[in-house]
Design a protein around this ligand. Structure first.
Ligand SMILES: Nc1ncnc2c1ncn2[C@@H]1O[C@H](COP(=O)(O)OP(=O)(O)OP(=O)(O)O)[C@@H](O)[C@H]1O
Length: 362
């Protein structure tokens, strides 16, 4: 009997070592230890450190080929807290800035769709609209007529929409007021949004930054315990030189840039499917080569993005199989995966220990 239980335990641990090794290979991971596996007979529970819905079916079938077709695989998320230049804030495991060197390139649309894509895949996600020059997240979430409640007159409850917790400068002041703020006022407002919002437990807080790389943006980046950043650009030369300044700003602050999103990459005719590169070609690719940064997504110019954004609806939830939803879901997966590769894992912060939960997906 003793022998039987020992051999069973050995085989479970062998299966889990094998699953971790296969996952390391599938995801080309230099940190396979971030995958956690629990085995109970034929049932294999995998705890992923990043979102993987975009490829879960492929992962399951590769594992079944390696380990046998009778194994049952379930996925869960257990996102680590990664290091930042400042200590993490209560309840927020990781903060990712979405930034652009230039206005109007689709930074807010990218931030909202990435947040929705992360949430769709099962992560707990919030979005903080720090764009003092044009807070557009409330419109994109359909929450522009809402104001955060403050039951204790000290903290604000985030506005919930499409499963995202949100707060925005736009909920608190009219956008034409905020846009004339000087640096200290903008910093104070950002600080208030960050520290006085009662965020629920979040795996990722996406921050829609103000466009540009001036003093205000620099101060805001220093103020936030940013885990990493994503830079949005269009393929135009003009936008690219500004995007390069954005990359340099994050490098200077020692904040890892996880990659580039090339927005308005091309337009595909709905009738003949011919692609036209309205804003030029391969620009972001050159930037990606120059700075050795991954291209996370090439998002086409497509009216459906604007229509859903203007209506405060979620394309990713309503049409999850749409090409554009798939592009954002893949980008969300890559961002969280690169974060695991680029950043150091922090031990669970004392202020979070009691509220860390694992997200069950299957
Ligand atoms: N790929 C796209 N296809 C079609 N419309 C888009 C696309 N990306 C963004 N848009 C639309 O373009 C407009 C500007 O986008 P957005 O507000 O995201 O830009 P931004 O870079 O955040 O601007 P700002 O500098 O003012 O903050 C919005 O109406 C948005 O819905």
């Amino acid at each position: 009997m003793k022998f039987f239980s020992r051999s069973k335990a050995t085989s479970s641990s062998q299966i889990s070592v094998s699953v971790i090794s296969h996952l390391g290979k599938i995801f080309h991971s230099t940190k396979p230890e971030l995958f956690q596996v629990k085995v109970n007979d034929k049932q294999v529970d995998i705890y992923f450190p990043f979102v993987i819905d975009a490829v879960w079916d492929e992962v399951k079938s590769t594992l079944a080929q390696k380990l046998g077709p009778d194994m049952v695989f379930s996925k869960y998320y257990n996102v680590p807290i990664f290091s930042a230049q400042k200590p993490p804030l209560p309840n927020i495991k990781n903060i990712i800035a979405v930034s652009s060197g230039k206005g109007g390139v689709g930074k807010s649309a990218s931030a909202v769709n990435l947040a929705l894509a992360l949430k769709r895949q099962g992560a707990r996600v919030g979005i903080l609209d720090a764009d003092i020059y044009g807070p557009s997240v409330p419109i994109m979430l359909g929450t522009q007529n809402e104001n955060p409640n403050s039951p204790d007159n000290k903290t604000m409850l985030p506005i919930m929409a499409h499963g995202l917790a949100s707060n925005s400068i736009g909920y608190l002041v009219k956008s034409d007021h905020a846009s004339i703020w000087r640096g200290p006022m903008a910093s104070k407002a950002l600080n208030q949004l960050l520290t006085q919002t009662k965020w629920p437990m979040l795996d990722y807080l996406i921050v829609d930054m103000p466009p540009g790389t001036g003093d205000i943006q620099l101060t805001m980046c220093q103020q936030l315990p940013l885990t990493a950043a994503v830079v949005v650009t269009t393929p135009q030369d003009l936008a690219l030189s500004d995007a390069a300044k954005g990359i340099a700003m994050f490098e200077k602050l020692n904040i890892p840039v996880l990659g580039l999103i090339e927005n308005m990459s091309y337009f595909e005719c709905g009738h003949c499917h011919k692609r036209t590169t309205i804003f030029g070609e391969k620009g972001a690719q050159k930037l990606s080569d120059k700075y050795a940064l991954p291209m996370l997504a090439k998002v086409p110019l497509n009216p459906i993005i604007r229509e859903y954004a203007d209506a405060g609806r979620s394309l990713i939830d309503e049409q999850s199989d749409h090409d554009i939803s798939i592009i954002y879901q893949q980008a969300a997966m890559d961002i969280t995966r690169y974060l695991c590769e680029e950043a150091e894992v922090l031990p669970v912060a004392a202020n979070m220990a009691s509220s860390i939960e694992i997200t069950k997906l299957d």
